[in-house]
Design a protein around this ligand. Structure first.
Ligand SMILES: Cc1cc2nc3c(=O)[nH]c(=O)nc-3n(C[C@H](O)[C@H](O)[C@H](O)COP(=O)(O)OP(=O)(O)OC[C@H]3O[C@@H](n4cnc5c(N)ncnc54)[C@H](O)[C@@H]3O)c2cc1C
Length: 443
């Protein structure tokens, strides 16, 4: 992620630098006024470039999943490019505001001559300036709400949906206020590509067309709630569904007024368009979901997405699979997909599957896992019941080490557990491992 963001900023800096080096002669301003002016342009360019990237990523481009490592990573890049874009927008606004301070400090004498425009173009530039300023205030407020995790996701999501409209305002601001000579330079070409990509993405988003070509309808076949507040929902999808790879997820809409929620498809693809979801009551909506669902109910499913995919495992590396709570869902799909293979003993990898649960005695996924693993002798199941005092530690993971040169860890569960394990394994396995993670969080 850092490489992509740094790379984009480096390209923008090069294009901006090219314009400075190739511009004809001195601008006639003092050094401080020139620095202010170029600082204004550079922060503006950084901001709109990152904002355009963020907009393009918001369209859920499935073709980027493979190079970026999954849709959860695409979303993380979308989030951080958005955060950085707003930070540069704030810097841009501060540089703009520094004009009064400079006038007081060094006077107006060295100011750069203003570009003179008249008529319609001048009116549009003034409008773009005012609209840009207001859009920045709104984006800053949105940034605060995004970082304030306690702000209800439901309200945040609705507010977030109007972001593309503000992007269009800022794109108009950038296009109107960029110096005219930019449009004859590489920086103008770069700006044009980014603004076009961002504007198309905004329109797709505002007209509700994101992910439309991956959406299919379906019907709920059965709903079954366990006493650990996990609801198993079996669905049958319509003919447009092209199937999924074990471990992938989909955006599922049970209620159009609530909108889509991402859930892993916790079953293997049997080619019959039947899928099973295992949904834990983790928030306002999912906690009361079981009461709202009934068999025969129409649903909409968008997907599949995700790269938490068994076929990506390295057969030469030792396999350690770790699930925290409902993070077991992709592994359920993996285990189920391995059952279906006629030569399963040959293709099932040798793996240690660690499942961390609150209470192993009451968790009804435990017997399911035991029966799935019983048919797969190469997969060793380790259940860690917190109530039974069987917490998963890095020592327990290291104890299953076979001495293989490389280890692959596939993790799905709470971020806190991921951090603790990653840190502990750094010292025991000393960098000889790869950590694949499915993030169950998109905000
Ligand atoms: C790739 C992926 C796979 C997932 N697989 C499963 C699964 O198999 N089983 C399961 O029980 N849970 C799964 N989740 C988590 C599940 O999506 C959330 O628990 C659920 O959306 C919470 O909704 P809520 O309104 O009840 O909770 P809230 O309290 O409103 O939200 C809790 C958190 O859930 C996330 N969230 C809420 N609504 C949405 C939404 N519409 N889109 C994206 N994120 C949202 C946000 O991070 C939010 O902070 C998965 C999440 C992701 C990203």
């Amino acid at each position: 992620m850092k490489t992509i963001l740094t790379g984009l900023l480096a390209i923008v800096t090069l294009a901006w630098g090219w314009d400075i080096l190739s511009s004809s002669g001195p601008s006639g301003g003092s050094l401080l006024w020139t620095i202010r002016q170029e600082g204004l342009y550079l922060t503006g360019l950084f901001s709109i470039a990152l904002m355009s990237l963020s907009m393009i990523l918001s369209t859920r481009p499935a073709w980027l999943e493979w190079p970026l490592g999954g849709m959860d990573r695409v979303y993380r890049l979308h989030k951080w490019s958005g955060i950085l874009a707003i930070s540069f927008a704030a810097a841009h606004w501060l540089v703009e505001m520094s004009s009064d301070m400079l006038k007081a400090l060094i006077g107006r004498a060295g100011r750069l001559p203003k570009e003179n425009y008249t008529g319609w173009f001048d009116t549009m530039r003034d409008l773009a300036k005012d609209m840009g300023e207001w859009a920045i205030y709104i984006l800053l407020a949105m940034l605060l709400l995004t970082l304030w995790k306690r702000f209800p996701y439901k309200i945040w999501r609705h507010l977030h949906r109007i972001m593309p409209a503000f992007y269009l305002v800022l794109a108009f601001h950038a296009a109107m206020l960029a110096p005219l000579d930019y449009w004859l330079q590489p920086v103008g070409a770069l700006l044009a590509v980014l603004l076009t990509g961002g504007a198309i993405s905004s329109v797709l988003s505002l007209t509700g067309r994101i992910g439309q070509h991956r959406q299919v309808s379906g019907t709920i076949v059965s709903v079954c709630t366990s006493f650990t507040n996990i609801t198993a929902v079996q669905c049958r999808l319509d003919a447009g569904w092209k199937g999924h790879r074990a471990g992938q997820f989909a955006f599922v809409t049970f209620d159009p007024s609530e909108g889509p929620h991402p859930f892993t498809i916790a079953s293997a693809d049997r080619g019959d368009r039947n899928i099973t979801l295992q949904i834990k009551g983790l928030g306002d909506y999912t906690r009361s979901l079981a009461q709202r669902l009934s068999s025969g109910q129409a649903i909409k499913v968008e997907g599949p997405y995700g790269q938490f995919d068994l076929s990506r495992h390295n057969p030469r590396a030792q396999q350690i699979w770790i699930a925290g709570g409902i993070g077991i869902t992709p592994f359920l799909a993996w285990l189920e997909s391995l059952q279906g293979q006629s030569n399963q003993t040959d293709i099932a990898p040798v793996a240690d599957l660690h499942y961390c649960t609150r209470d192993r005695d009451t968790d009804n996924l435990v017997p399911k896992l035991e029966s799935l693993c019983a048919a797969l002798p190469s997969v060793r199941l380790h259940i860690h019941g917190a109530r039974q005092g069987e917490m998963l530690t890095t020592e327990k993971i290291s104890a299953t080490q076979t001495g293989a040169k490389r280890t692959e860890i596939w993790f799905c569960g709470p971020q806190g557990l991921a951090n603790v394990l990653k840190e502990g394994l750094q010292s025991t396995l000393r960098g000889r491992f790869r950590f694949h993670q499915e993030a169950f969080e998109m905000r």
